[in-house]
Design a protein around this ligand. Sequence first.
Ligand SMILES: [Zn+2]
Length: 325
Amino acid sequence: MYDFLKPLEGLFEEKIPLLKTARTLQVLVIRQTHDYTIFRTEETRELNVVTLPRSANNPEAVLKVVMLASKQKAPENRMYARLFKTYATALGVTLEPSVLNCRLKDNLCRMCPRCVLFGAVTTEARQEERWNIKHRIEYSSAYSIEPYEEISELITFNAVDTATQSTGQALGVTENIRPIAHFPSVITLKSVTPEEFIFYLKTLMATKSYGAETRIKGDVVNTIVGVAGGFEEIITSLEYSLELAGKDWSSDPVTATEQILKKYGSFASMPDQVKILSKKELEELVKAVREFKITKEFIERLKKQAADFAEQAKKAASPERKKGR
Ligand SMILES: [Zn+2]
């Protein structure tokens, strides 16, 4: 066991279970934009906005910007796989060709650490090979703390003539989020091993590009400000955003988050199972994860946990097994 995970004891799995257990961990993160960023669905070319109360204690209706769950999951999913493969290669851990070639979204191997955590849907044509892995990491839409008018900006763009490199007249406008806008988000992990938790936190710290368009980086910095766990989910992203919006949170977001978690922890149906990290515990955890050195043994453990799970899932789906029942 890792000493820095002691405050969350009882909420991890030793190996990935075939069926999810109730063990739930929630990571509370504040995503801060560091560049003009576009969060929107490709079709509409507009920002996603929604009418919400200004905060948990102010019912006045205001527009808030939405960072969709899919826009958070995709870059973290890719980063998790990229970090695993890069470490494995650098540390001399042998990976099967299917793991090395595993990629979104039509060539998932269903046996690597990414596939078993983020989920994988098969594209196999053969009936007996058609089994999927359900994700154990859950994202939900994040809502800006600031109202839409305060953080949106229209930027005009010009067309560059490729022959002359001269810019023509303005082609149109895009709607951007300006830097230093805040999107509080809750990521829920179910039935994870300590290694998966550590590797996900490292991924969260390392992922910095969340733009909707590939030519726009969309710099975002993630700050982990809270961790809670139990046999159920404690808080949603919407609750968290509205609660923060009603507080003077910016000078000490960790304390503000701890207070919010304590309030929601008291609403839980099994409060005796709820664990909420104190400010001190949270800061120690974040520091320990940051300083945690990824070793060959660690990567091999992640790989084995995933492979063992895949083996079980495959067996459970096999026709022989079904006949035998
Ligand atoms: Zn895979």
